[in-house]
Design a binder for this molecule. Structure first.
Ligand code: IPE
Ligand code: IPE
Ligand code: MG
Ligand code: MG
Ligand code: MG
Length: 289
């Protein structure tokens, strides 16, 4: 296993155990709702955002434990975004994390509510930090100028195509914001000072953009069994993507450029302690899933 793979594997185990504990506290809730939420939450997934939160926290304070509520909450919000992204009214996809999508399995109404509830309960989890700055950070990354804002721009661009600057803004919002937020909240909970937070913000923004460029490329060159979602979904929905605007080779070059920028942003940190975040940055453009 590469350094990134073993880091992701270890952090996935950690966040999944904590998510199980959270779901178990909902024992008295309507079973169908909890079943649909747990179905999507435990369908697999790379758990990249939790790994980034843990990694940033460890880099700052040498311990990943303070980041646990943020890691769980962000993975819950990310999972909600996937459930809604797959709905017939949005990207209309049938496969996610290698399984039938939430609405295929449970119906649209239940899938909508499962998404809504994952988002809401994420803030219940975040409240455990007692940190209004962290709660606000996640709300803003998910909200009008973050993921949800980016998702509506993505849908509008199906009808009114955007240029590369417009697409970059969509990618930074719909995907970049939550990735940046994972890094920032991990750092904040680790006790980062302003200069450390600035450096890690630059890292988070660069990998967030690169991640969605790589996702666009995988939608074309990926293998369904690896990516766990349909290949060609973007073309089917007439999405504007990096490969549509600049081709696959140039998309890869731009993603690589962003990763160089991310690695450069880690320069102020001890190279040994920054090794996991450096490995995750490279993983983002080299992954096949
Ligand atoms: C997919 O995210 C949706 C995007 C923001 C591109 P991931 O590729 O992180 O999906 P999982 O969590 O591993 O399933
Ligand atoms: C979605 O981008 C990003 C989200 C906020 C969920 P995509 O629509 O490209 O994500 P996939 O390819 O379906 O995972
Ligand atoms: Mg989409
Ligand atoms: Mg989609
Ligand atoms: Mg995609």
């Amino acid at each position: 296993l590469s350094e990134a793979d073993s880091f992701l594997e270890a952090k996935a185990l950690r966040v999944e155990a904590a998510l199980r504990t959270i779901v178990n506290t909902w024992a008295g809730a309507p079973p169908l709702l909890v079943e649909a939420m747990a179905y999507s939450l435990f369908a697999g997934g790379k758990r990249l955002r939790p790994a980034l939160a843990f990694g940033a926290c460890e880099l700052i304070c040498g311990d990943d434990a303070p980041a646990l509520p943020a890691a769980c909450a962000i993975e819950m919000i990310h999972t909600y975004s996937l459930i809604h992204d797959d709905l017939p009214a949005m990207d209309d996809d049938d496969l996610r994390r290698g399984m039938p999508t939430c609405h295929v399995k449970f119906g649209e109404a239940t899938a909508i509510l499962a998404g809504d509830t994952l988002m809401t309960m994420a803030f219940d989890v975040l409240a455990d930090t007692g940190r209004t700055d962290v709660i606000r950070e996640v709300a803003r990354a998910s909200g009008v100028n973050g993921m949800a804002g980016g998702q509506i721009l993505d849908l509008e661009a199906e009808e009114n195509p955007v240029d590369l600057a417009g697409l970059q803004a969509i990618h930074r919002a719909k995907t970049g914001a939550l990735i940046r937020c994972s890094v920032r909240t991990g750092a904040m909970l680790g006790g980062a000072d302003a200069a450390q937070l600035d450096a890690l913000t630059r890292y988070g923004e660069a990998i967030g953009l690169a991640f969605q460029i790589a996702d666009d490329v995988l939608d074309i060159v990926g293998v369904e069994a690896d990516i766990g979602k349909p290949v060609g979904s973007d073309a089917k929905s007439h999405k504007v993507t990096y490969p549509v605007l600049v081709g696959i080779d140039e998309s890869r070059r731009l993603a690589n450029e962003a990763i160089d920028e991310a690695i450069d942003a880690l320069a102020p940190f001890d190279p040994t302690r920054a090794a996991s975040l450096r490995a995750l940055a490279t993983y983002i453009i080299e992954r096949d899933k």
